[in-house]
Write a protein that binds this ligand. Structure first.
Ligand code: SAH
Length: 294
């Protein structure tokens, strides 16, 4: 008895049916397990569609990372600001080594373009500080992220910020801590920042117009303090308002400045020098007229 054991493999022959290629199958016949004969049988048309797909896939393979990146960007719909913001976090912040996932998420979430003047909006996600009026600047996004990471916030802290400016850094902090108290010496900036933070729904931030050198004694002690203008040296009153075990991150110096992390210990402070930086000066309160505290 002949048992057909069909179709061991398939081949494409261009010779016999040129110009249209066809698929042939090999048929092998066996009699009680003994090989008898082998023949070639035409078996319909080759899967041209699948072959083209295969070639396209092979050609596109080297471009996969670029395609993936562009789809990632486009997946944010038609919001070009969001696309720019995600790119800012990826290229300026993660790429420079900031790793804390909570900090990265906060930086992805806060809309920096809503904290800068209209004429600066198109540059809101650039790798640079930007003017916010009254001779002041909103810090470079990387520096904001770096300072936040250096505070090692877990989420339950009470934080003091000196130098509210636009309110941007306070908004980022508000997503990383429980409560944020922020002091701005220039009244118009303090008012605008308070309005902006309120309208954007950052409810755990309190803004005060006043002299940051004095801190916020009614709310002290703080788990963490961040200073976004540079004093010539570490202000003792701010160290006094820090909890033992708490951290303060601040730029220190005049022409030459360094970002410093101060950790308050039972007896004294530990200081670590982090980065060379350039901030606007932290001006002594008696040099600025602050009419209202609110
Ligand atoms: N953190 C801000 C940027 C701050 S720029 C932001 O995210 O936009 C520094 C700010 O510190 C300026 O607005 C400046 O007016 C303020 N400043 C300077 N000296 C100060 C002081 N003694 N007390 C409080 N604020 C001060």
């Amino acid at each position: 008895m002949n048992i057909a054991r069909p179709f061991c493999y398939s081949v494409v022959s261009l010779k016999e049916t040129f110009p249209r290629p066809r698929v042939f199958r090999v048929r092998e016949d066996y009699d009680r397990g003994e090989f008898v004969s082998r023949s070639w049988e035409p078996s319909g048309r080759p899967p041209i569609g699948r072959m083209i797909l295969g070639v396209v896939a092979i050609l596109l393979f080297p471009c996969l990372p670029a395609i993936e990146a562009s789809m990632e960007d486009r997946s944010e719909g038609d919001d070009p600001m969001k696309t720019a913001r995600l790119r800012m976090v990826r290229d300026q912040i993660e790429a420079r080594g900031v790793k804390d996932p909570r900090v990265l998420e906060a930086m992805r979430s806060v809309e920096r373009h809503l904290f800068v003047p209209e004429r600066e909006k198109s540059r809101a996600y650039n790798d640079t500080p930007l003017p916010i009026g009254y001779g002041q600047t909103i810090s470079q996004p990387y520096i904001v992220a770096y300072m936040c990471e250096a505070l090692e916030l877990k989420g339950g802290e009470k934080v003091l910020e000196i130098g509210t400016g636009s309110g941007y850094h306070a908004a980022v902090l508000s997503l990383l801590a429980k409560e944020v108290y922020t002091i701005e010496i220039l009244e118009p900036l303090a008012r605008e920042a308070q309005k902006r933070l309120e309208s954007l729904g950052y409810r755990n931030v309190k803004v005060r117009c006043g002299d940051g050198y004095k801190g916020w004694p009614e709310e002290a002690p703080f788990d963490a303090i961040i200073v976004t203008a540079a004093p010539p040296e570490i202000p003792q009153e701010l160290v006094n308002q820090l909890k033992v075990g708490g951290k303060m991150v601040l730029p220190v110096g005049e022409e030459i400045q360094e970002l410093v992390r101060v950790t308050k210990e039972e007896k004294g402070i530990k200081t670590e020098r982090l980065l060379p930086v350039r901030f606007v000066p932290m001006v002594p309160g008696n040099r600025v007229e602050t009419k209202n505290h609110f």
